[in-house]
Write a protein that binds this ligand. Structure first.
Ligand code: HEC
Ligand code: HEC
Length: 484
């Protein structure tokens, strides 16, 4: 079999809910992003999102002493005590302990939830505890159901018009099919909403990798609870606590009230269980069906950098790796999880990048000039459904993407060494596009949830938040909620 499984499983990290919205502003000091979002110093502090991030999560997992069996409670009080008292001290005398909004010790007697075994589509790595599912956030039935409601519930946004699904709609391959999403206050330069598909396998989150997994952060209450935009964590959680069904479900699933920690964990569990793309024509081919791919798709596969199955008698004279896409789009999820500069967003006249990407997300002292204008390699699974392309949504079609590579990217001082003129013929370009289209998977269909009524007895319709016109601006301030 020719399946390419390049990435060591142990280094793959769980993906997460995350902070969204444009960023990568040139003149903001490194670390400001993290500080604004109430992240710990460890976030974005690793050089390229390799071992340090894994170490961070592992360290947290190891320190979680409670049972990690699915369906059982994980008691973060075992390792978060000092953070909690820190918060308490900060807020002494000013009403209820705001730490309660972030995290509470769970009451095992209240938890009535069952483990959920997720069967991933063919071609994907199974979900493995400590690899793609953090031990502290086992996937359970009630949690996934709750996470789905929260994912589609616009009451998470200040003016209650924007949900996660506004920008990551499962019916649009978990994107919004828009070039960029509206940035948050003080941020210039938009970024395109990436797909949530297969992010459970991602080692870092965002185009610049500035966030590790959701849970790596979510286990600790944000140490720097500053107001984000025009809405605080307390307002978000306070609003959801007024919805009786959410209070009941949190008790059932986490044994707590509605907390920020629980919101993040539930949404992440929902994404892990459903935002998966596999069993594409390519996966059927690698599973042993030589007819699953057309001749053009097979030529594209070879140009892309993958060998044909040895039992396949198809003959072609195209040169293996001529397009050399597997230098970066490698492994079962077609990404090396690294950061590369393709020259997207480079202004040749002004000699500057619209968005510095990884460089801006790296702390002072660890900045690498090669990271200027470098972004995370996205998966190309389901890529036919996620147009437009690149971090700024500047390329409209897969043909334009292949043309960009064929001409050697946009020359600039940080251009990746693997980006060079390819000399593909028209037929070869079409073949590479055909191969990418053969990566369109069987996406798990997501039925819209029925949302619970609020204190006034009325329940919103999740459809109203799907691509609500002009609604994205209302999401300013939500960034913090997502940024774990
Ligand atoms: C206003 C549009 C918008 C909303 C609403 C939104 N996102 Fe995002 N999301 C984005 C953008 C833009 C990015 C990329 C930001 C960056 O790289 O700096 C992103 C990134 C992500 C990523 C990282 C994917 C990757 O490959 O790195 C995940 C996961 C994600 N969002 C999940 C969510 C969840 C869960 C919610 C709701 C709690 C949400 N988003 C709400 C626009 C949005
Ligand atoms: C040097 C590493 C590298 C190589 C080689 C490479 N890519 Fe990429 N690819 C990336 C990065 C990084 C991005 C995101 C860049 C950005 O947004 O600035 C990307 C983005 C893409 C996208 C857009 C995906 C999306 O969701 O927006 C497609 C499609 C794609 N690459 C296909 C290819 C094909 C086809 C080849 C071979 C011809 C190839 N790539 C070669 C690193 C690479």
């Amino acid at each position: 079999m020719t399946r390419y499984l390049g990435l060591p499983a142990a280094t793959l990290l769980a993906a997460a809910v995350c902070g969204c919205g444009g960023s990568g502003v040139e003149d903001r000091p490194a670390g400001a992003e993290a500080a604004r979002a109430g992240e710990t110093s460890a976030v974005g502090g690793s050089d390229s999102g390799r071992e340090p991030v894994a170490t961070l999560l592992n360290a947290r997992v190891v320190r979680t002493s409670a049972s990690t069996e699915a369906g059982q409670k994980v008691d973060p009080s075992k390792n978060q005590g000092s953070e909690k008292s820190e918060l308490k001290r900060k807020h002494d005398g000013s009403g209820p302990d705001p730490g309660d909004f972030y995290w509470q010790p769970s009451d095992a007697s209240k938890i009535h939830d069952e483990p959920l075994a997720v069967k991933v589509p063919a071609g994907l790595q199974p979900l493995i505890e400590n690899v793609s599912v953090p031990a502290a956030n086992p996937i359970t039935k009630g949690k996934v159901e709750l996470g789905k409601m929260l994912y589609f519930d616009a009451r998470i946004s200040k003016d209650t018009t924007v949900s996660c699904a506004t920008c990551h709609d499962p019916a649009k391959a978990w994107t919004d099919n828009m070039p960029t999403s509206t940035g948050i206050d003080g941020q210039r330069g938009g970024r395109s909403a990436p797909t949530v598909l297969n992010t459970t396998y991602g080692r870092t989150m965002f185009w610049d990798g500035r966030a590790p997994s959701l849970e790596g952060q979510a286990q600790g209450p944000p140490r720097n609870p500053i107001e984000m935009g025009d809405q605080t964590f307390e307002e978000i959680v306070g609003r959801l606590r007024k919805i009786p069904a959410y209070q009941e479900m949190f008790a059932k699933v986490f044994g707590t009230e509605v907390t920020l920690d629980g919101i993040a964990k539930a949404i992440a569990a929902f994404e892990r269980a459903t935002a998966l793309s596999g069993n594409s024509k390519y996966d059927k081919y690698t599973a042993g069906d030589p007819k699953a791919l057309s001749d053009s798709e097979k030529r594209g596969m070879v140009l892309f950098g993958l060998r044909l199955d040895q039992d396949d008698d198809f003959k072609t004279d195209v040169v293996l790796k001529k397009a050399d896409c597997t230098s970066c789009h490698a492994g079962f999820n077609f990404t090396d999880e690294q950061f590369h500069n393709l020259g997207i967003g480079w202004d040749a006249d002004k000699k500057m990048f619209a968005d510095l990407g990884r460089w801006a997300a790296t702390p002072i002292g660890a900045k690498n000039p090669a990271d200027r204008g470098a972004f995370k390699t996205p998966t190309v699974r389901d890529v036919a459904r996620t147009a437009p392309y690149m971090h700024d949504g500047s390329l409209k079609t897969l043909e334009e993407v292949v043309e960009h590579y064929n001409k050697g990217g946009h020359p600039n001082p940080s251009l990746d060494k693997d980006i060079r003129k390819l000399g593909l013929t028209e037929q070869e370009k079409a073949d590479v596009v055909a191969f990418m289209k053969a990566l369109t998977g069987d996406v798990i269909k997501v039925e819209l949830p029925k949302l619970p009524p609020g204190p006034d007895g009325s329940a919103p319709n999740p459809v109203d938040a799907l691509s609500a016109p002009g609604a994205k601006a209302a999401f300013r301030g939500q960034h913090a909620l997502l940024q774990f």
